[in-house]
Design a protein. Structure first.
Length: 156
């Protein structure tokens, strides 16, 4: 028997929140042509990656569907309220064995589009939260750069 035979897998949900100025599809098409717009990032309050920038997200609670967890975590960490039904799944699997130093974490990723100027308030596990221009991003914790690339369908 190997260590992975009894591996505990934690389930999380992360959210890529970008601003919009028109309809969702028009914004996504514009982003695919050139890197513009902003993305919401939080600065992590706790290890791992304390002080690093990351997408809002966290654990899926027992009995909770992942879109609900994503919506809840977004509200808790950044004060942004998006209905679970308004979250679009990001294509891809984010389950690399080493994506989180705490152990095996698998995440469901979603994209949310909100109006430009949506207010944000850091809370819960976030030291601070801010809008970052997509063409001037900091280094991101975990595999969040990969999730962001998948969400936007482009290389950043």
């Amino acid at each position: 028997m190997t260590d992975t035979d009894n591996e505990t897998i934690c389930y999380t949900a992360d959210v890529v929140v970008i601003t919009r100025d028109r309809l969702f599809r028009r914004l996504v098409n514009r982003i695919l042509r050139r890197t513009s717009g902003s993305v919401l990032l939080i600065q992590r309050e706790w290890p791992p990656y304390e002080g690093a920038w990351a997408l809002p997200g966290g654990h899926v609670d027992r009995g909770e569907p992942s879109p609900w967890a994503a919506s809840r975590e977004l509200a808790e960490e950044a004060g942004v309220h998006v209905q679970p039904a308004d979250l679009q799944p990001v294509t891809g699997h984010f389950d690399a064995p080493d994506r989180d130093p705490r152990g095996r974490y698998v995440t469901a990723a979603y994209i949310a589009v909100v109006p430009a100027g949506t207010p944000i308030v850091a809370g819960d596990d976030a030291r601070t939260a801010r809008w970052w221009p997509l063409d001037d991003l900091p280094e991101l914790a975990f595999d969040h750069a990969e999730i962001l690339r998948a969400a936007l369908g482009s290389t950043l």
